[in-house]
Design a protein around this ligand. Structure first.
Ligand code: SF4
Length: 366
């Protein structure tokens, strides 16, 4: 058989094995129950940098509140951020919201159908555009996310050093070319989802399950191999004030206990890494005397581990201990739980037994 024909037959067999494996093993995830481009878009944005188990519950709540692109476009940004709580990387929510408003105002509420047009919207990059276009519209474009990249590098036997001569960009191009070559043109959406699922369930970062892999017969490594090193985390100390007061109840019925309120602060992009979200007021100094320390929390954002010291502060100490600049509000604990809080503020208030912890994430169905 000529080389090209042999290649074509090999690739066709790989596609069939992968799609059959996917049909047997695909997880029953909530966003897979809809082929609507809007639903796929929301899920793909949420799944960037967030674990599937965390996304499942948040996705359902988000879609219940914003079931259509128009409902999202018309919502105030604070409502969108509140529903994004727990997913982190809030810039994604802001861009999603902006893009929905753009589509509602300029495109009659209809998302573009091709990957090329989708990429012109705020927050939609190459990966997300390919995912929406292939899954919702059957456009034959390959998706390359972190999972697919790992599968293909192992499959082809490429390590980080393979890209050295031309740099990481050359390796990336090789991966994209291979993904495009393997893509099943008649079922691009299923193929892309199958590749991502294979990376998530079988060709996992550690201890890949090669015995269960539909690519095993052709795989060059059949196991772990050198992959690009992750950027090193750095540490930063920060400190926040936990300020709680009892507001006398307006009605006699509640006059004995009153209403507990907490002081929250909303800071601008020049003052905070989480602009627009509600945080605890920041202390002037990250040094907190051990006797005043309520708790220490570790919280990772991008490549930084924040070690946040939380200190109980009385109202009359606010001016001397806290940094000024943000917009502050006293809010009841009930109101606070529904606000767009930073994950760190939510964590601190929960650990201080002021907010109820969210329900544990249900395990993904296998
Ligand atoms: S055989 Fe193993 S290393 Fe190769 S692609 Fe499959 S799971 Fe990954």
């Amino acid at each position: 058989m000529p080389k090209t024909e042999a290649d074509s037959a090999r690739i066709a067999a790989l596609r069939t094995r992968l799609l059959n494996w996917y049909a047997r093993n695909r997880r029953d995830l909530p966003w897979r129950q809809s082929a609507a481009p809007y639903a796929i878009w929301v899920s793909e944005i949420m799944l960037q940098q967030t674990r599937v188990a965390v996304v499942i519950e948040r996705y359902q709540a988000f879609m219940a509140r914003f079931p259509t692109l128009l409902s999202l476009a018309l919502a105030p940004e604070q409502d969108v951020l509140a529903l994004w709580s727990g997913l982190g990387y809030y810039r994604r929510a802001r861009m999603l919201h902006k893009a929905a408003q753009f589509v509602a105002e300029n495109l009659g509420g209809n998302l573009p159908t091709s990957a090329g047009q989708l990429r012109t919207l705020p927050g939609i990059g190459v990966y997300t555009a390919a995912a929406i276009a292939s899954i919702a519209h059957g456009e034959p474009v390959a998706v390359v996310d972190g999972n697919v990249e790992r599968v293909l590098c192992r499959f082809a036997g490429w390590s980080a050093s393979s890209g050295k001569s031309g740099g990481a960009a050359a390796l990336r191009r090789k991966i994209e070319n291979l993904a495009a070559k393997l893509l099943a043109p008649s079922r691009p959406g299923d193929f892309n989802q199958a590749m991502m699922e294979l990376g998530a369930l079988v060709c996992t970062p550690r201890n890949p399950l090669c015995a269960d892999c539909p690519f095993a017969a052709e795989c060059k490594t059949r196991g772990e191999h050198k992959t690009p090193r992750r950027a090193k985390m750095t540490s930063r100390a920060v400190a926040y004030a936990l300020v709680v007061r009892m507001k006398p109840a307006a009605s006699r019925r509640h006059s004995i206990c009153g209403v507990r309120q907490v002081l929250l602060e909303q800071r601008s992009e020049y003052q905070s890494v989480m602009p627009g979200l509600w945080e605890l007021p920041q202390l002037r100094s990250a040094e907190v005397p051990p006797t005043d320390l309520r708790m220490t929390l570790r919280h990772a954002i991008m490549q930084v581990n924040y070690y946040a010291r939380i200190r109980d502060v009385a109202e009359n100490e606010l001016a001397s201990l806290t940094a000024s600049g943000g917009k502050r509000r006293w809010v009841s604990l009930t109101e606070a739980s529904g606000m767009a809080l930073t994950s760190l503020a939510r964590k601190a208030l929960t650990r201080a037994h002021l907010l109820t912890p969210p329900l544990p994430d249900p395990p993904p169905k296998l």
